[in-house]
Ligand binder design. Structure first.
Ligand code: GAP
Length: 547
């Protein structure tokens, strides 16, 4: 077997596999799809459910200090006023007036194209000055023969990606060629400490007209950034006026804060304790992208862990970060792909004591997977003030009343889904039964989350005695696990089909099963090793690995 490798175009391979094998489809595909929305097919729905179930079991059922709730998606609009989302849940938006494309200003980068010791062809300098490509003062001094050491001949722009820097430099070369300017092009770098590349949130008003739109490649059509609220609005009831405005929740977290008192009053909980929830959230993202990484409808798994006002929040924060990392590894994400990013103090909201993101190495870059925030008691206080209902907690031990503080681990199911596909996907060369080399695509998914746990394969479909045993075993396994019965094609081909969807084990019913001791051949996905196994051993293996 060759060393498993991820293909260079890993994202393309994953999107293609997801579509081909029924993990993820574009939503409303027959109508051309809807940007930022996705459907999960039969295998995707299973994989997603397994991720949710593992989290719920580990976070809620297997802990004595966390309870679960399910709050409604549409809540009283005052919830979102109190939480700050109506006023502040915004992204900076830039429009292209020509193409009608919209960009997130902090994801649209630009740089001046600077040439050292420039020399211009006949008429070029005048044209550049007239068009404003070269500022008047700078241009005039050039005309007078006072050659400055370097001059900006225009701007280039590119969207955030792993190729931003390369793209800006390629465009700079093109611009230099287009204007027939001789001289040495200064290298454009995204290294923030050097600061040559900036994002549109920092563009000066007299620069904006010279920055090309990524859609048209031409300057003059981009607007100045403005705030865009990402909450989806709807109306509740028959009236569609301002009084009926409501929002689809942009996070599940507010449900836990708003229901805090009800849970304390009914749940027999004592500090420290957590309230957890899994559910859909909606954000009208300006630029949904990277497949299901940033979408407009997605699912969150959030937990608010309430602690005493004088608890050691930093220790608790660190414990939750470590818990989240361990959990990600328990569902198969490799340590090598995980890292931490601590938000700089100066960028935190005023009430926040600290936020650490667990980052994952996606094919398109290292990106946030799970945010763990220490939010003080800001949210409970906001709701107490806005609703007039106290949100304090009476601590029996200290006989003190206070508003608890909170540690919030918040993660997206879809981001985990994409991470396990990215980490698990590999292509390798293997030998078939006849010794010929062939390519196999394999999804190394943990048995905890694999959509199919076992495939049951009778060696031959035209031997009723093999089929009968296989059907019986399949039915027995089906009571407890997601299993798949497959009798069509050569066994090698059937193994490959299961490898591609991440099934950890295949069980083959062969002549030894019916003629000898009733054992089956167990074939392991990753090593492709085979061994004989009894039915009891098979159930014991599943019991140990699928939890
Ligand atoms: N209550 C805190 C909160 O919602 P967040 O960082 O905005 O914090 C938490 O979101 C997690 O939800 C993120 O770490 C990410 O995993 C997921 N998430 C956020 N926006 C998303 C989107 N547009 N598409 C998919 N997942 C998203």
């Amino acid at each position: 077997m060759s060393t498993p490798t991820a293909p260079a175009n890993l994202m393309e391979a994953i999107v293609s596999l997801a579509k081909r094998r029924g993990f993820v489809f574009p939503s409303s595909e027959i109508y051309g799809g809807l940007n930022g929305f996705f459907d999960y097919g039969p295998l995707g729905a299973e994989l997603k459910k397994n991720i949710r179930d593992c989290w719920w079991n580990d976070m809620v059922r297997r802990r004595d200090d966390v309870v679960g709730i399910e709050s409604s998606i549409i809540m009283h609009p005052k919830v979102w006023e109190a939480s700050g989302h109506v006023a502040g849940f915004t992204d900076p938006l830039v429009d292209c007036k020509v193409s009608k494309q919209r960009y997130r200003a902090d994801q649209l980068f630009f740089a001046g194209v600077r040439i050292k010791n420039p020399e211009f062809g006949p008429g070029v300098l005048d044209a550049l000055i007239t068009k404003g490509r070269i500022r008047k003062a700078e241009g005039e001094s050039l005309k007078d023969g006072h050659l400055p050491q370097s001059v900006v001949i225009g701007y280039v722009s590119a969207l955030e990606s792993e190729r931003t820097e390369a793209e800006l430099n390629e465009k700079a070369e093109e611009l230099k060629k287009k204007f027939q300017v001789r001289g040495q092009l200064e290298y454009i770098t995204t290294n923030s400490s050097i600061g040559l590349v900036r994002d549109m949130t920092t563009a000066l008003s007299d620069e904006i007209d010279f920055i090309p739109s990524p859609a048209t490649g031409e300057p003059g059509s981009l607007t100045a950034p403005r705030s865009f609220n990402m909450m989806f609005q709807t109306n509740v009831g028959a009236m569609t006026d301002a009084s009926s405005v409501a929002y689809l929740r942009p996070e599940t977290a507010q449900g836990m804060f708003v229901d805090f008192k009800s849970v304390v009053d009914t749940g027999r909980v004592k500090l420290p304790f957590g309230i957890a929830q899994i559910g859909k959230s909606f954000r009208n993202e300006i630029t949904p992208r990277n497949f299901i990484f940033r979408s407009r409808e997605f699912e969150q798994m959030e937990m608010e862990y309430f602690i005493s006002e004088d608890a050691d929040w930093a220790k608790c924060h660190e414990e939750w970060i470590a818990w989240c990392e361990a959990w990600l590894k328990s569902i198969g994400l490799p340590d090598s792909h995980l890292s931490r990013y601590a938000h700089p103090k100066e960028k935190l909201a005023f009430y926040s004591k600290g936020t650490v993101d667990i980052m994952f190495k996606y094919p398109f870059g290292v990106q946030e997977l799970w945010g763990i925030a220490a939010r003080g008691n800001y949210d409970l206080n906001q709701h107490a003030t806005a609703s007039g209902k106290p949100m304090d907690y009476f601590d029996e031990a200290s006989k003190k009343k206070f508003v608890p503080h909170v540690i919030e681990p918040a993660v997206g199911v879809d981001r985990i889904f994409l991470a396990v596909l990215c980490a698990g996907y590999a292509e390798e060369e293997v030998k078939d039964e006849k010794g010929a080399v062939e390519k196999r695509t394999v999804l190394r998914l943990s048995p905890r989350i694999a959509p199919v746990k076992v495939a049951v394969l009778p060696l031959l479909k035209n031997k009723p005695e093999l089929v009968a045993v296989a059907r019986k075993l399949h039915a027995k396994l089906q009571r407890r696990y997601a299993v798949f019965y497959d009798e069509s094609g050569a066994v090698g081909r059937r193994y490959r089909r299961q490898d591609e969807i991440g099934t950890p084990w295949c069980v083959t019913i062969d002549f030894e099963t019916i003629e000898k001791d009733g054992t089956f051949t167990l074939r392991e996905r990753d090593s492709m090793q085979q061994k004989r196994i009894t039915e009891a051993e098979l159930f014991a293996l599943l019991d140990e690995q699928v939890y």
